[in-house]
Write a protein that binds this ligand. Structure first.
Ligand SMILES: [Zn+2]
Length: 339
């Protein structure tokens, strides 16, 4: 812990030195950066303390606001995905081009994301997964993992969910493993979405975590159809992320994920989505042709990098912003330096 803190401090000092020596502004004004596009990826903005549980997935809203302030102070050109891709294809990107994307479509995006983006007048794309739009329930795997963290215990024994010996839940990885065991147990019982939610409630009750509060705050819940409509009406571009947040290798199942997702988004927004983001960044080369057959024009991954004119449009890189990212590091990323 001490070693990693020292390491991150020395990285931040190093980045500051590079900035003070002018390397960052030279990179920001370079022709390489002018001809490339930075696509930022976000998931959630905390309604309570989610960023302490999963800092790679959730940002504190103030951190997100500070990122947009940084984009503004660096004169970044924040574009809609549509415009950015058109200009990338015609080599006419403005300086320091950036696209802001959010994955999944959590309620917190409407609560925090839309108003903060509006403060800065920045466009954004929301890659929406649609299955949970019809349930006012938290996404089960996130809820289970959060409850295991929130209870503050070092281990659990859950014979009612097939875990018969105490297992450690100290680290994020250990909690994810317990969450997966519980979900495998639920699948063996053939439980569907609503029955699975009962598991989260039972786990919260057993571990003394306030499940009602989690529901009341709408934590880990996907937007309702009416809320998606509101988000789209506010100018947010709603695009594809599969219906059930998965990318099956079976062609027919893969097509079904896209067509179900697309028809739902069309119904909620009145617009036809043609851009896609791979759930969990999971993709295979056979998907590229399948997506083109579905009329999809671009697909983003979780691979780190800047998109360039020569990039494959079905495999566009992004940069995931995380709560603990040093502000100087964020500046260097906007500059296209060290991406
Ligand atoms: Zn996702």
């Amino acid at each position: 812990m001490i070693a990693s803190t020292l390491r991150s401090r020395s990285v931040s000092v190093g980045l500051r030195v590079l900035r003070d020596l002018g390397f960052v502004s030279r990179a920001a004004n370079s022709s390489r950066r002018s001809n490339s596009l930075l696509i930022l990826a976000y998931h959630g903005l905390s309604l309570r303390d989610e960023h302490k549980w999963a800092p790679d997935l959730y940002l504190h809203p103030d951190v997100f606001r500070s990122r947009l302030a940084c984009l503004r102070s660096m004169n970044a050109s924040v574009l809609s995905l549509e415009e950015a891709l058109r200009r990338l294809a015609t080599n006419s990107l403005p300086p320091r081009s950036v696209v802001i994307t959010f994955d999944d479509g959590f309620y917190d995006f409407l609560h925090h994301g839309v108003p903060i983006l509006a403060e800065f007048g920045y466009p954004a794309t929301l890659y929406l997964t649609t299955h949970y739009c019809h349930y006012r329930l938290p996404i089960i795997d996130l809820a289970l993992s959060f409850i295991l963290w929130k209870c503050g215990r070092s281990d659990v024994e859950l014979p009612e969910f097939g875990i018969h010996n105490p297992v450690s839940i100290v680290t994020y990885g250990e909690r994810q493993a317990v969450m997966r065991s519980i979900l495998e147990w639920a699948d063996r019982q053939h439980l569907e979405t609503i029955a699975k939610d009962d598991i989260a409630r039972q786990l919260a009750d057993k571990l003394n975590v306030d499940y009602e509060e989690l529901l009341r705050l709408r934590m880990f819940q996907i937007l309702s159809p009416e809320e998606v409509n509101r988000v789209a009406s506010s100018g947010i571009d709603v695009q594809l992320h599969t219906h059930r947040h998965r990318t099956p290798r079976d062609r027919a199942l893969f097509f079904r994920e896209i067509t179900d997702n697309r028809s739902q988004i069309r119904e909620m927004t009145g617009k036809n989505p043609v851009h896609f983001c791979y759930p969990s960044g999971d993709y295979a080369s056979e998907f590229f042709g399948w997506l083109a057959e579905c009329g999809i024009q671009s697909a983003t991954t979780c691979e780190i990098g800047l998109a360039e004119a020569g990039s494959e449009w079905m495999r566009l890189p992004r940069v995931l912003d995380v709560n603990h990212m040093n502000p100087v590091r964020f500046e260097t990323i906007i500059a296209g330096f060290l991406v």
